[in-house]
Design a protein around this ligand. Structure first.
Ligand code: UTP
Length: 289
């Protein structure tokens, strides 16, 4: 079985829900406390043993490339001042460990993935949606790779949500269940509540076989007039193992205002030098409300 060595980070979306913050800054560069969202996703990939990070970018996303590059002036000035450089050097991605490809028009997530087909080649690959912020030990992708090493095929991470919320997400039709691993029998994008086959939603992490690229090549537009990844994945069901891993950890939807603010509070509360002061401050704020 081929190891998962490559990951795609689709970051070409417009980020309209975060305007005006995202007018000049990519959504993926918004910080959770002091690290941009995209950094957390790349660290999660590294932890899972992934070696090459492929970013599908668009116009105005140059800050992402700069973030993973050497910051020469900053590093020189900080080292002259005797400051610790690890905060900068730990974010670097060396040439060969990263690649950037442009999605010229935001035609949907499926199309963004397809834009990376030549760099991925004929091997399994991971996908990270960086605005789905996953906090776990081990991280979400490591949990998935551990399952993949047993099952092969396609793996997606899923979460249970209250049934009335399913219509905002991709939902699985579940088959056999073994602990955290559930067989995927079907996939539907944004179903009506009454028609949803379960309350297990697809949650921003995938390990897919390269066959999906050939399906995306022919894919018609789906929900919202976009080329949907879910529709392409659905076509692989039955041809190879397809499993969902229920993530053991916390997930914050940082594409929404509430999820983004919650993630900041949660991570700050976990920080040794910040948590206690923030907790006290939050108690005051809530008392005064
Ligand atoms: P979203 O649905 O969150 O869209 O995309 P968005 O454009 O980022 O944000 P809003 O809804 O306008 O606020 C999910 C992921 O897919 C990427 C996004 O960058 C995000 O990581 N994406 C989406 C693309 O790369 N290309 C697309 O055409 C669409």
């Amino acid at each position: 079985m081929q190891k998962v060595r490559k990951a795609i980070f689709p970051v070409a979306g417009l980020g309209t829900r975060f305007l005006p913050a995202t007018k000049a800054i990519p959504k993926e560069m918004l910080p959770i406390v002091d690290r941009p969202l995209i950094q957390y996703a790349v660290d999660e990939a590294r932890e899972a043993g992934i070696e090459q990070m492929i970013f599908v970018t668009g116009r105005g996303k140059g800050a992402i490339e700069d973030h993973f590059d050497i910051a020469f002036e900053l590093e020189k000035t900080m080292s002259e001042r005797g400051r610790d450089l690890s905060v900068l050097t730990s974010t670097r991605l060396a040439p060969g460990n990263c690649a950037y490809v442009r999605q010229q028009e935001p035609l949907g997530l499926g199309h963004a993935i397809w834009c990376a087909r030549d760099i991925v080649g004929d091997e399994p690959f991971a996908i990270f949606l960086p605005d789905e912020f996953m906090v776990g030990a081990p991280g979400c992708m490591k949990q998935m790779v551990d399952v993949y090493d047993q099952t092969g095929g396609n793996i997606i991470s899923v979460l249970e949500v209250p049934h009335e919320q399913v219509s905002s997400y991709g939902v699985i039709a579940p088959g056999k269940r073994d602990g955290r691993v559930t067989e995927v029998r079907g996939l539907v994008e944004k179903p009506k509540v009454a028609e949803a086959p379960s309350n297990l939603i697809v949650s921003g992490r995938y390990i897919l076989q390269p066959d999906v690229m050939r399906i995306l090549e022919r894919q018609e537009k789906g929900a919202g007039g976009e080329i949907q990844l879910t529709d392409a994945m659905a076509q692989m069901i039955g041809n190879m193992p397809f499993n969902a891993v229920t993530f053991d950890g916390r997930r914050y939807d940082c594409g929404s205002h509430l999820g983004y603010v919650e993630a900041n509070v949660a991570i700050a509360l976990d920080r040794p030098h910040l948590g206690d002061a923030l907790a006290a401050s939050l108690r005051h704020m809530l008392n005064d409300r």
